[in-house]
Write a protein that binds this ligand. Sequence first.
Ligand SMILES: [Zn+2]
Length: 492
Amino acid sequence: MNMEYEIVIGLETHAELSTETKLFCGCSTKFGAEPNTQVCPICLGMPGVLPVMNKKAFEYALKAALALNCEIKQFTNFDRKGYYYPDLPKNYQISQNYLNLGTNGYIDLRINPPQADKKRVSIHNVHLEEEAGKLIHPETTGADFSLVDFNRAGVPLLEIVSNPDMRSLDEVESYMETLRNVLLYIEVSDCKMQEGSLRFEASVSLRKKGEERLGHRVEIKNLNSMKAVLKVLDFEIKRQTELLNSGSVVERETRLWDDVLERSERMRSKEEAHDYRYFPEPDLVPVLIDAAWIAEIKRTIPELPVARYERFVEEYCLSNYDARVLTDEKAVADYFEQCVKIYNSPKTISNWITNDVLRERKEKGFDIYSFVVTPARLVELVKMVDEGKVNLLTAREIFAEMIETGQTANRIVEEKGLIQISDERVIEEVVKRVVESNPNTVADYRRGKKNAFGFLIGQIMRETKGKANPRVVSEILRTFLDRVVDNEVLPR
Ligand SMILES: [Zn+2]
């Protein structure tokens, strides 16, 4: 990348709100139904029908605007955005243009790897609008038509427009992740990118370092994964750098990303840009938002991921990495804090969650809130290790068994006789036996070979079926070997 240029990136985010019903009618928003089974005259745009605002959708939008630190308009209304496309039955989309619900917000990011400074990206506006339907292009050879599914038409959609504040791909990645986490924390969208519930559009321009004026902006649409956003921006930055280096001008245009060819292509130039002929929607009454309503919604906003992350580092003395993994998702952070409330050993509990619980979840995909190993059950197991009843190796097996059978750790330990051997006399016996039957390894140890010690430990653990307390084994073996070496009574 050419260092002469500064990268200027802004993102538009569309998030489908997870209400049961659509924005202006009672049709279901459930994903994956048979095409055109969740439609009615309103969302099909039949003549003479009237939209009725879904209060829940409006509240979700308000909640998101507040979580993104926006100023809230006390008086807001809706506009018609006119354009023709087959997935838009009314030939206009009900959106907000003149009086957006929220303006002048911001979101604070952690940059990966975490830096001392936080990055603040300002939010230009947050507004509510309706989804369009979805075109389906049949894969039949020779098919010269497309089909349209209106199930999605009228689903409430939140648009979040950032200012062009991002200066690197790291910042873009962090913005997307943090925004997604915030929306999930406040439970207004499921943010499933694979189902299209969360989508991004990027605008990017380059300017000479130190220059105030922004370069010509290129907008890129059709981005359905965070990976695609980063890929397209990387491609676009290179393309624009080459153009500028060769003395050409970057044209202001909209480009489409082709995920298969991994390149962007021109969709339309500035001259061909749509004139949406916005005008106030006459069929909807304005919404008045009073202070009491705002206060009520504010009370439902939990501590947000970045604040929670900072508190975890501070309060539980966790590493930046651990705090991040634990707070990315509200359910995981809640699980952690429930465990710590029962047993105040944050570092150990954090290790169990970030390694074992999350690995299991990744494999099996369960919901943390209904995980069979409840916080109380995990704590019971963690305590067993801390109290020396079982070693870590056995504890991992018990954990797997707990998931498999739904039993508690205590029950499994009792049934299987897994109590750790910490009795020094028992361990000494085994150590003696192992040392005597491995004279060559002991000789290696004398010559200073480091892995000889590890090998002997392994043998001892095998003899005790993994139940010996590793700390005690290590101490006894060390003493034993040193004594043997001192007295020159090595078995021959
Ligand atoms: Zn409908």
